[in-house]
Design a protein around this ligand. Structure first.
Ligand SMILES: Cc1cc2nc3c(=O)[nH]c(=O)nc-3n(C[C@H](O)[C@H](O)[C@H](O)COP(=O)(O)O)c2cc1C
Length: 205
């Protein structure tokens, strides 16, 4: 039995139910073609005005120096587990429209959407992605010379999830805890803020 599989109230696509964020990764590299498919999935995300504000810095453990540079851009708590992943990615968002230099209010939304695409492509390929907000943006700017109006926003650890039996106790527990979500009636409203939509009430009755 897969303890992490989403227990859904309504049917969803298998990759959505199967996706989860592991703290342990197998010591198995991700071949470049697979990685390219993940970025290809991100590439085809929708974005406001088709601006495609996402950018990625990638490091694999095959290149220990680059891997260490990217790992150093994560907060310590994330470094502790992410160092076992074969691939680390820093996600950098462009906050201005390239055409007119105006603020792009959708930029971070679109970065997240691209991450969603990438994560689901990964799941469908037997890979896992663990996203992180716990990064050091100033450090990343310095390490990678990130230009003005671009911000390192999140990171991703990518790889094949570990068998929890092989993991240290504290991390193992997280990878064995069932996933929890709010019910639809807690976030789908009709009429006024906070009033559960009748469709959501019926759904959970
Ligand atoms: C944008 C974003 C930032 C996150 N940041 C962190 C983080 O810094 N450290 C961490 O351990 N997990 C982080 N997570 C993972 C979440 O804790 C995880 O997605 C959530 O608990 C739901 O679990 P699931 O992905 O297994 O369904 C982040 C997830 C997202 C989407």
């Amino acid at each position: 039995m897969n303890i992490k599989k989403a227990v859904t109230d309504f049917p969803i696509q298998p990759a959505l139910a199967d996706r989860w964020s592991p703290y342990g990764f197998k010591d198995r590299p991700v071949v470049e073609a697979e990685l390219c498919s993940l970025f290809e999935a991100a590439r085809w995300a929708a974005s406001s005005y088709n601006e495609q504000p996402w950018n990625y810095l990638v490091a694999t453990r095959a290149d220990p120096r680059e891997f260490a540079r990217l790992l150093a851009c994560l907060v310590e708590a994330n470094q502790a587990w992410a160092e076992t992943a074969p691939v680390l990615v820093l996600s950098v968002v462009s906050l201005r429209f390239s055409k007119n230099n105006q603020d792009n209010r959708a930029a971070v939304h679109d970065l997240g959407l691209a991450a969603g695409n990438l994560s689901i492509e990964a799941t469908a390929r037997g890979l896992s992605v663990h996203q992180m907000i716990g990064i050091l943006p100033d450090k990343a700017r310095e390490v990678y010379q990130i230009p003005e109006h671009f911000e390192a926003w999140t990171a991703m650890a990518i790889g094949y999830k570990a068998d929890p039996a092989t993991m240290p106790a504290a991390l193992k527990e997280r990878d064995l805890t069932p996933r929890q979500r709010k019910s639809l009636s807690e976030f789908v409203f009709t009429g006024h803020w906070g009033k559960p939509s009748p469709i959501a009430v019926k759904a959970t009755a």
